[in-house]
Write a protein that binds this ligand. Structure first.
Ligand SMILES: Cc1ncc(COP(=O)(O)O)c(C=O)c1O
Length: 375
């Protein structure tokens, strides 16, 4: 039997539920940008390029001799670090160990939360109209209905089980005020909808001070029905470690803990030790913020001088920019100058005339982009 006639063992039905992996569409532009005589300036992906802080690397290596299985809930020392950080940095009140849960980077959680919550056909998962694509992927993996919103409080609550917030936003850098968050939490509680707030860029506010959904100005004295998602990927240059955590409603996190124990979703023991060190240190966060602030200022001025208009972008690692033309025209033009950016339609059709410019490139590469953009 010819290979092409044989039935495939690949699980087609699951793949059919997923959109095309968007980054594959950018490959030809990456090749074009890489042909530039002075090399590519890749501003397309928000991946950290600066070193892992020394204090964190030390903690990781000190814990390298970890022969036993780690616990899914994390060591008691890690849980102390998580509750302590959430109280000190986010202003959350009354957190116990039952209010925190480590996760293996936040992307796995975003993709699998609807499934782990037991959602499926007939349930709806809502997320911002312009958003990180994995919220939709998570809904589809569970077989639930994905719903994009402009104003969450205008959603039809029937069948709505999970409401994603993302402030500061990827891709727009927009920050929701405490009042906007409070209104949304009140609405969701009234309708029994779980609010999960992805706050992985919270430490990266520039023209705004992001507020957590766990702050009493937003949630009052109760964590009922709310969960915040935090990641050390951006804050501490730890994307390669896969280090993140949840904080919020103990009933929700308790259920997730059981499911995650059954499915072996544990953070590696040396990474747990590294997380404790990272959360206990603010000096590296301030240093990294200074680097990003410099790069942001340089790129913003260069893109504006080159005819771009920047919208939102008051926080996060991105500039949300437009030249009032289709995003793929902008991507193509910049690729000819050796600069790669992400087309806005990766984040929803509402972004089809924007591009997302990440400032996660070295100072040397940012300077190269500035030179290439000079009129
Ligand atoms: C909004 C948002 N959420 C979650 C993630 C996932 O981050 P990680 O898996 O590194 O924690 C990202 C990564 O870019 C993101 O932009």
């Amino acid at each position: 039997m010819a290979a092409s006639d044989r039935p495939s063992a690949a699980p087609q039905s699951l793949r059919d539920r997923l959109p095309v992996f968007p980054w594959d569409r950018l490959e030809p532009y990456k090749t074009a940008a890489a042909a530039h005589a002075d090399g590519i300036v890749d501003l397309s992906v928000g991946t950290p390029v600066d070193s892992v802080p020394a204090v964190v690397r030390q903690a990781l290596t000190d814990a390298a001799d970890s022969p036993g299985y780690p616990t899914v809930w994390g060591t008691p020392a890690l849980r102390d670090a998580l509750t302590g950080w959430a109280a000190g940095r986010l202003g959350a009140r009354g957190l116990a160990h039952t209010n925190v849960l480590p996760i293996v980077g936040s992307k796995e959680l975003v993709a699998w939360l609807p499934t782990q919550l037991g959602l499926g056909a007939g349930d709806k998962v809502a997320y911002p109209r312009l958003a990180y694509p994995t919220y939709e992927v998570g809904a589809r993996l569970a077989g639930a209905e994905p719903v994009a919103y402009d104003d969450p409080t205008a959603l039809d609550p029937a069948g709505l089980k999970l409401l994603w917030l993302n402030s500061p936003s990827n891709p727009t850098g927009r920050v929701l005020s405490a009042e906007e968050l409070r209104r949304t939490v009140a609405w969701a509680r009234e309708h029994g909808v779980l609010v999960v707030s992805d706050e992985c860029y919270l430490e990266l506010g520039w023209d705004a001070d992001p507020v957590s959904v766990l702050h009493p100005d937003v949630c009052g004295d109760s964590l009922d029905g709310i969960v915040a998602v935090h990641s050390l990927s951006k804050r501490s240059n730890l994307a390669g470690y896969r280090a993140a955590f949840l904080a919020g409603d103990a009933a929700v996190l308790g259920a997730l803990l059981q499911i995650r124990k059954h499915s072996g979703m544990m953070v590696a023991a040396p990474v747990q030790a590294a997380m404790i060190a990272a959360l206990g240190d603010t000096a590296h966060v301030a240093e990294q913020r200074e680097r990003y602030a410099r790069r942001r200022t340089a790129l913003r001025a260069a893109f504006e001088a080159a005819g771009f208009r920047i919208e939102h972008s008051e926080a996060s690692l991105y500039l949300w920019a437009t030249r009032d033309e289709p995003c793929w025209d902008t991507v193509g033009d910049l690729a000819k100058r050796g600069i790669l950016v992400a087309p806005g339609d990766f984040y929803g059709t509402a972004g089809e005339r924007f591009v997302r410019i990440a400032f996660t490139a070295t100072d040397e590469r940012v300077a190269a982009a500035v030179r290439r953009l000079a009129p």
